[in-house]
Write a new protein. Structure first.
Length: 513
């Protein structure tokens, strides 16, 4: 008889004290209330450095599932770059060194492209400054910045202050010069509005833009017209005699945005030989183009910080030990319970089945808080009865997706639904002598009122998430004290229950030891 280990990931279900904004504690959850006090339980850290993010940063579904599946802390792009700067490995980065060598060999220029602002969503000014220090260490004097002003993740008129800060840094470090400015609206489109990207490209390569010798005056002039940072029209910085610093053949470019989605369009305009989205007056030759992270697989660029390789995620280890597994979720979170849980691998492993349950086609999920939870539950119960799988991994999207709508009452209903689904799956699993682990990837539904403003809070939280182990062998063992853990501890715990030794790459711990 197959005794399955069933992992239930309640997306967006965090742990927090009861409050008027806690949709979980205010919902009707008799089953949850019962198992929370009658089985071994603890909480898991699911934000900040515990999941490879900067300190204090809320977790998210991608990061959460990566950590759960990897069985180790998977450091995210921003934190990996920050760590490299801190430990000194940044200046030894192969891609950056290749750009520096190219510039020195060709007696050419180094160009830095990226968003400038303090939002830390797409870029970080500290990374720009680290690149300037790197250039100085490499004795590269011709370093030019093409700055994309923010106004979206930063204040709409913070660009003036930011450009002043950057030019001050140029003087302090002793290298760097502002070559051009334009709003992210043009340089960082992600919706295939190529006419926008074209304006940014033609500014940086052909010098097509309003010419100015005083960037602060030009930005002020833009503000006076009601045009804020995001929408600043292309500005070309020139010397008194009219010369400028556009990108030319044999130059090197470093695009220092770490987030890919708004960086790949402009990158393609520079690097694709058969680019056809708009005519390029100049097709640059002998250009080295470095992206800070991987913007898209297959682009002809060098990547300073490629994605970490997760060789043995949970699914791979189960497969190597001939365990059959099922990954199931609805559309909103299907990629998370498959691709991200498997360490960024698209194809399933041998013995791994996947079930995609369509999410309801509705404008907002507060209109249907049950989403597709009942359908997922029915399918899972069917396969448990059939005793096909050694491990079943389920994502329930409700708590997260409904909480994102801001509707407190609808989120309570979503939690009510989940309680019923949990009861059905958990009881059936126990009846076949299996074990159910219930956890989450990050918080959300437990804090729907901002404690500082009193307003509606639809964002993820930095709260811990639950971890409960249910099974006949654990019944009445609520007195067993489990340590506060990490999401990285989930996979090693599952492997232990299946009597499989965790691989050396998994640094997480078995929480039941």
């Amino acid at each position: 008889m197959v005794k399955p280990v069933v992992l239930i990931i309640l997306d967006g279900w965090g742990v927090a004290p009861d409050s008027p904004g806690n949709a979980i504690s205010r919902a009707h959850t008799p089953f949850w209330d019962k198992i929370s006090v009658s089985y071994p339980h603890t909480s898991l850290l699911a934000s900040g450095e515990s999941v490879g993010l900067p300190s204090g940063e809320a977790g998210n579904s991608e990061v959460g599932h990566l950590n759960i599946g990897a069985g180790m802390i998977v450091y995210q792009e921003l934190e990996r770059i920050n760590m490299a700067i801190s430990d000194g490995s940044f200046i030894k980065n192969d891609a950056l060194l290749a750009a520096a060598e190219h510039v020195k060999k060709n007696k050419s220029n180094l160009h830095l492209l990226g968003l400038v602002g303090h939002g830390c969503v797409h870029s970080d000014l500290e990374h720009l400054y680290a690149l300037l220090w790197f250039a100085k260490a490499q004795d590269i004097k011709n370093v030019f910045l093409h700055a994309f002003t923010d106004g979206r993740d930063s204040s709409p008129t913070s660009g003036l202050e930011i450009i002043h800060e950057i030019t001050t840094k140029f003087s302090e470090i002793g290298v760097g010069k502002l070559a051009s400015i334009c709003g992210r609206y043009f340089a960082m489109d992600r919706d295939n509005r190529w006419e926008r990207a074209r304006k940014a490209y033609e500014l940086i390569v052909n010098g097509n833009g309003d010419k100015t010798q005083d960037p602060l005056e030009a930005i002020n002039r833009s503000y006076q017209k009601g045009v804020t940072d995001e929408f600043i029209e292309p500005l070309l910085l020139t010397e008194k005699e009219g010369s400028s610093y556009t990108i030319k053949d044999s130059d090197a470019v470093i695009f220092f945005n770490f987030r890919p989605d708004r960086s790949r369009q402009l990158t393609k305009a520079f690097v694709l030989p058969d680019f056809g989205q708009f005519p390029r007056k100049t097709t640059l030759q002998n250009l080295i183009f470095v992206t800070m992270t991987e913007y898209e697989k297959g682009l002809p660029v060098m990547t300073a910080f490629p994605p970490p390789v997760i060789e043995y995620p949970l699914a791979a280890v189960l497969s190597l030990h001939d365990k059959r597994q099922l990954h199931i979720g609805e559309t909103e979170k299907y990629a998370h319970v498959t691709y991200f849980l498997n360490g960024g691998k698209e194809e399933p492993y041998p013995g791994e089945d996947r079930v995609h349950t369509p999410s309801p086609k509705i404008a907002t999920y507060d209109k249907k808080p049950e989403m597709s939870a009942f359908g997922i539950t029915d399918h899972v119960c069917t396969v448990i009865e059939q005793q096909i799988y050694d491990c079943i991994i389920i994502n329930f999207a409700n708590a997260d997706m409904v909480a994102h709508t801001g509707s407190f009452e609808a989120t309570k209903k979503a939690v009510d639904v989940l309680d019923k689904c949990l009861e059905k799956i958990t009881n059936l699993t126990s009846s076949v002598d299996g074990v159910t682990i219930i956890t989450s990837d990050h918080g959300n539904a437990e804090e729907m009122i901002n404690p500082e403003t009193g307003g509606v809070d639809t964002e993820h939280t930095a709260n811990p998430v639950p971890f409960i182990v249910v099974g006949e062998a654990f019944k009445g063992r609520q007195d067993v004290e489990l340590p506060v853990g990490l999401l990285a501890d989930v996979a090693p715990t599952i492997l232990s229950l299946l009597q499989i030794r965790k691989p050396d790459s998994m640094t997480g711990n078995d929480l039941l030891v």
